[in-house]
Design a protein around this ligand. Structure first.
Ligand SMILES: [Zn+2]
Length: 139
């Protein structure tokens, strides 16, 4: 009797859009690119066509620093997507970046017991495919 194992689930990946392509290009180059309003100058994340502050549709991308401070985190024991089951438990951090936006990504290289609110972390880059590089945080 043979057992047919289900195929391993594929890693879920983002699909770049016209608005987000410069962000993903930056990830691939190891750069954190943020959208900046050409009218009021405020940066925003995630990339989108209209400025949430002044409703301008004009924007540019600029490179932002990689540092930030932990706003909060969670430890994922039961991943939403089955692909991540092999990595569980893992930490996802919500980080206040020095550039003024808040982003979330996995936090690696530190134990949960050693985490604290306000702790400094650095954005790093994990190439996943030819097109997609994903961000993660390191202490
Ligand atoms: Zn604006």
């Amino acid at each position: 009797m043979s057992t047919v194992l289900p195929a391993a689930p594929e890693r879920p990946l983002p699909t770049p859009t016209r608005e987000s392509q410069p962000y993903w290009d930056g990830m691939r180059e190891g750069r954190f690119m943020l959208q900046q309003c050409a009218s009021c100058g405020k940066v925003r994340h995630y990339p989108r066509p209209v400025c949430p502050h002044c409703f301008s549709m004009e924007s540019n991308f600029k490179e932002a620093p990689l540092g930030g401070a932990i706003h909060t985190w969670t430890v994922c024991h039961h991943p939403f997507n089955f692909f991540f089951k092999a990595q569980a438990p893992y930490i996802v951090a919500l980080v206040d970046m020095d550039a003024g936006v808040r982003i979330n990504a996995q936090l690696r290289g530190i134990a949960e017991a050693d985490l604290r609110i306000g702790q400094r972390v650095t954005l790093a880059f994990e190439p996943v495919t030819q097109e997609i590089t994903l961000p993660f945080f390191t202490p």
